[in-house]
Structures are given as C-alpha cells and as structure tokens.
Design a protein around this ligand. Structure first.
Ligand code: ATP
Ligand code: MG
Length: 423
C-alpha cells in the first residue's frame, strides 16, 4: 500500500507521522521497505483507537511504545513520540514525548530525522533532504554527544554512508573517530555482528568495511586484519594490490549470502606473510592457517554454528581449484572434502578473482557421474562377516580412499582393495 494511503488510513491517530528510513527512501525515489509511524498517543491509546477503527493491533514492543497495527494483514509499526532522558552509551531512558520535533531530535542522522504528516508535508528540521541531495551523512546536533549517547551510531554512520554512497561530514567523521576506541566496550558484539549482516545485504559493503578499518574497529573485531593494507601481493595474481583491498573487493563481488566467507577466506594471510625480494609477500599455506583461526573468530563474533562449520571448509579449501591439477582423483577428493558446501565454495571461487582462473579450474565444481560419497558401507561389511569396531572404521576409511583415488565404484572390489591396503 502506498505510504500516503497508509498515512490516510491511520490518520485517526493524533499527530500521526511517517518517520525515519521510510521518508528518506521516499525522498530518494525508492520504495521504502517498511513503514514506521509516530504518534502522540500513548501505546494503550493507540491500541484502543486502532481497534475502535476496526484494525488489528498487537503490542509488539510496549516498553518502546510500539504497537503493530494491521491493515489488510500487513503490519505497520506505530510508536509513541519519545524523548531521551539519559543514556548509558547504548540505551536511553525514554519518556513519551509530546511533539514530532522532539522525536526527530533523538534520531541519529539528519537523513533519518525526517517525518511526513498526513497531508504529505515533510518535516525536516535538520536539513536531511539537503544532506541527501549533497551526498552527506551528518549527525543530528553535536556529533560528539550523539556518539557518546549511543556508540552503536559510530557503526551505523559507516553503514548508512556506504549504503547510500554518502560522505561522512567532517565533524561527524572526526567525532566518530574519537569515539571509535569506546565502541566495543559499550556495544554488545551481537549488535555489531548484526550491523555487518545488514551491510552484507547492501550492494557495496566494502565502503563500510573500509570505514571500520580506518576507525580501527575491524582490527579490534578481528585482529588478523591489522596492517593488511600494507601486505602487498604478487601483482600477477593480485593487480588490485594489498590484502585488505583484495578481501574487500571479493566481499563486493560475492553474493550477499556468502559475504562472511569472502571476508574471512584470506584471514590466514597476515600470519603467513613472508617478504619476497621481488617486492611483495607470499602467503604459503594461508588457507590452512586461516582455517585454524576460524573457530576463535567465529566464537568472538558469535557467528551461528552452521556458518562456523561452513567457514572452516571454505577457508581451508578455497585455494585447491586455483592451484591443483584437475585430475579425476583430485576432483573427487576436493568434492568429498567440500561435502554439502560445494556450491558456496564455487560462489566464493568466482568472487575471488574467478575471471583470472584457468578455465580448467572450474572442473573442480562439476557434478560427478558417481556422487562422491562412500560406496562401501557398514552393511556390506556386516554382510561379509565383520563386527563393528575400530577395524570396521579403518576398512571403511581405506575403501573410501581407494574409491576417491581410483574412481572404483564396485563395493566388493573396494572391500578387497581396502583389505590389501591395511595389510
Ligand atoms: P534500515 O533500512 O537499515 O532499517 P532505517 O533508517 O530504517 O534503516 P532503523 O535502524 O530501522 O534504520 O531505524 C529507524 C529509525 O530510527 C532511523 O531512521 C533513525 O531515525 C532511528 N534510529 C534507529 N536506531 C537509532 C539509534 N541507535 N540512535 C538514534 N536513532 C536511531
Ligand atoms: Mg528500518
């Protein structure tokens, strides 16, 4: 439903305004993702009025003053005007406010401190529209104070600037830099990771990551990024230059779902860097060292288990298609190690300078005539008189090794070969 229509439908709420990101998107000529509204009615009053007007209404965030109102089953958040009393560097003690002006004053950046009333008039006390037109991200009010109130805003600044292609205004940038050392002691790591997840959905997260690096936040989050902008690489493989530039380029080129893999695939480079007289560094076995770092990094960043498992595989295996000969045996072994993560590895390989790879490298990702899974199974061994035990496992492992090496698919011949192998 168009924003103006929703504004009309909800106009029974006192002092109703469309607020925040939605107004910014409308001014940019983009369709807003979700519509957030603000009203002077306290939450209970919003609930009552919505029901009185035949709309479903659910208190979804009462402590923040938020009621979700349903129009044609579509949810719209309506929040009572707020006013910050005091803050602790992340959260504010809020009271219900009386005016849209006060409500806009507590918002972080001018481009998100714009409202639209039911007649379609834009309320823009901080010049957000002008900043949008000029391509500037600017804090509302005194930037130093705004960042001290909520250090998460330091990160949000970089994310919004990257997403909308804005320059962070000089005073805002200086204040963000001054506040940066305090950010991670005030903001829960989950909130930081959530900001990265959001940025990874945007077209060019590299601008955001470079901002985090310039503020030394990326290095605080993941120490292995420290000084990666100084690590020059072999220009033959990496005409783009240093490790950081390379990684950020891969992140941009990767589809959103695999951007964590892109960010971390070369995380072992810093610890393996060796200076070469040719004028650049080599990074022998960086993929293995990188894979060893993944569990700690994933734990520090509170990444979900399934992502950690997948990161281990992509980090460890990402070099194989680049530098191994695609023999049938090598392809089978690679796919056996990749398991269910082959598609993700392929997407990473494409983003990671895929256009410069030998055409034959792509053979590593081709479907195999016989799926790369163990053909000799425990049930075969039981049939042939074996008892489950350590011996059992050794036979199965040996048979699978033979299968990958030779391409043999007959269980009986695999069994015989496994017995020979263990003698
Ligand atoms: P997105 O597309 O990422 O959702 P958005 O501008 O809608 O962008 P939200 O995080 O959804 O951002 O917040 C909605 C609005 O609430 C913002 O536009 C801003 O005005 C205000 N806001 C959100 N978080 C903060 C914060 N930490 N400090 C101040 N104002 C905030
Ligand atoms: Mg939003």
């Amino acid at each position: 439903m168009p924003p103006r229509t929703v504004l009309q439908r909800l106009s029974f709420l006192p002092d109703l305004h469309l607020v925040g990101g939605a107004v910014r998107d409308i001014l940019l000529g983009k369709e807003p993702e979700d519509l957030d509204f603000a009203t002077s009615a306290p939450p209970q009053e919003t609930l009552r009025l919505a029901k009185e007007h035949g709309l479903g209404a659910v208190p979804t965030g009462l402590e923040h003053g938020t009621i979700t109102v349903l129009i044609n089953h579509h949810p719209y958040e309506v929040t009572t005007f707020r006013h910050d009393l005091e803050t602790d560097g992340r959260r504010a003690k809020v009271v219900w406010g009386k005016s849209i002006q006060a409500d806009l004053a507590r918002r972080d950046f001018t481009i998100g401190a714009i409202a639209m009333d039911t007649s379609g008039q834009v309320i823009d006390p901080y010049g957000g529209q002008k900043d949008l037109d000029a391509g500037i991200l600017r804090a509302v009010g005194d930037p130093r104070q705004r960042f001290r109130e909520d250090y998460l805003r330091v990160i949000r600044a970089g994310r919004f600037a990257a997403r909308y292609g804005l320059e962070v205004e000089e005073e805002t940038l200086q204040a963000a830099k001054a506040a940066a050392p305090e950010v991670l002691s005030h903001v829960a790591i989950e909130r930081v990771t959530a900001e990265l997840d959001k940025a990874f959905k945007d077209p060019t997260p590299s601008r955001f990551l470079r901002y985090l690096y310039d503020l030394e936040l990326l290095q605080q989050l993941i120490p292995e990024f420290e000084d990666t902008d100084l690590l020059l690489q072999n220009p033959r493989w990496h005409p783009e230059g240093d490790v950081l530039t390379h990684v950020l380029q891969v992140v941009d080129q990767a589809p959103p779902e695999i951007r964590w893999h892109a960010l971390l695939h070369d995380i072992g480079k810093r610890d393996t860097a060796k200076w070469k007289p040719e004028g650049w560094y080599s990074f022998h076995a960086h993929e293995l060292v990188g894979a060893e770092l993944i569990p700690r990094i994933a734990r520090d960043l509170r990444l979900p288990n399934h992502l950690r498992e997948e990161l281990l595989v992509t980090t460890a295996l990402h070099m194989i298609p680049a530098f191994s000969k695609p023999t049938p045996a090598a392809i089978r072994k690679f796919q056996a190690q990749a398991g269910p993560h082959l598609k993700v590895l392929e997407a990473l390989f494409r983003a990671d300078a895929g256009h410069r790879r030998e055409p034959s490298a792509w053979k590593f990702f081709e479907p195999q005539p016989v799926p790369v899974q163990p053909i000799l199974q425990g049930r075969h061994l039981i049939e042939w008189g074996h008892q489950p035990g350590p011996e059992f496992r050794r036979l199965l492992d040996a048979a699978f090794e033979v299968q990958l090496e030779t391409g043999e698919t007959d269980p009986e011949r695999l069994y015989q070969a496994a017995q020979r192998a263990k003698d």
